[in-house]
Design a binder for this molecule. Structure first.
Ligand code: IPE
Ligand code: IPE
Ligand code: MG
Length: 238
């Protein structure tokens, strides 16, 4: 049993609704993505106030390549701009940044900036911010299984010993606890391939707010509701 009255230690967010937010104002979708990036800053800063040690955010999915070339290029450029603009503040504020997802398909300039931000913040420990870029839960499991198979073939892993913990060690999230709370904004009630393995027992909040309107007050209200939930993990309450 988990004492969730203390609040969630790890919150994961599917930041959805940027496009609709922009379109409602007659603006291009990228305008919404820029507004969404501003909210990320606010929410990262709010984490320590709520005892949230780990924040994981979904920035770009393995399925988002299906969007128009101009939206994809705009998003990639926004990720580069965000990393450049925020690097100093993240270092100063004690945020440790990690990226999950498959980097192979990302452009080299972006991948280099991701490496740099991870290296520059490696000693920070106030908040662990994980950004999912070109991330898909199924892709992550498939890559993990491939690595595991290579270790078996090389004689470094005995297949008889493989269990849930073994697979967990091969995932991109190997250094993170499972999320306690997963929030999805924009009114869609689906997980869109996010943290499939890790969220097996997470609490979910599907809220109507569009991501660019997700203020630290909305975040606080999600955390308040989490504290009164009854997490049983399959057991019967004593
Ligand atoms: C979420 O907002 C951001 C990304 C997926 C990159 P969307 O771009 O999905 O916005 P909607 O869902 O179309 O409104
Ligand atoms: C999920 O949002 C991915 C991110 C937030 C990065 P989508 O907008 O891509 O999900 P679908 O298409 O509505 O399932
Ligand atoms: Mg969407």
């Amino acid at each position: 049993m988990v004492d969730n009255t203390q609040g969630p230690k790890h919150v994961a967010i599917i930041m959805d609704g940027n496009g609709r937010w922009a379109q409602a104002q007659g603006k291009p979708r990228l305008f919404g993505h820029h507004a969404g990036a501003k909210r990320v800053k606010e929410i990262v800063r709010a984490c320590p106030d709520h005892g949230v040690k780990y924040l994981t955010i979904f920035g770009f999915s393995t399925e988002n390549w299906k969007r128009t070339q101009s939206e994809v290029a705009g998003l990639m450029s926004l990720f580069r701009t965000y990393i450049r603009a925020e690097m100093k503040a993240l270092i100063r504020e004690g945020v440790r940044v990690r990226f999950i997802g498959d980097r192979v398909r990302l452009d080299r300039k972006l991948a280099a900036l991701m490496d740099e931000l991870e290296a520059e913040t490696v000693h920070n420990e106030t908040t662990h911010l994980t950004i999912a870029l070109n991330y898909g839960g199924r892709d992550e499991v498939a890559r993990a299984v491939k690595e595991m198979a290579l270790d078996v073939a090389a004689g470094n892993l005995d297949p008889d010993t493989v269990d849930e913990t073994t697979l967990t060690r091969y995932l991109d999230t190997r250094l993170l606890p499972d999320p306690d709370l997963v929030i999805r904004t924009s009114g869609e009630a689906r997980i869109s391939n996010f943290l499939l393995w890790q969220s097996a027992y997470s609490e979910y909040e599907f809220i109507d707010t569009l991501w660019p309107d997700f203020t630290s007050d909305v975040f606080a209200s999600c955390i308040e509701r989490y504290a009164v939930r009854d997490r049983r993990f399959g057991a019967v309450k004593a």
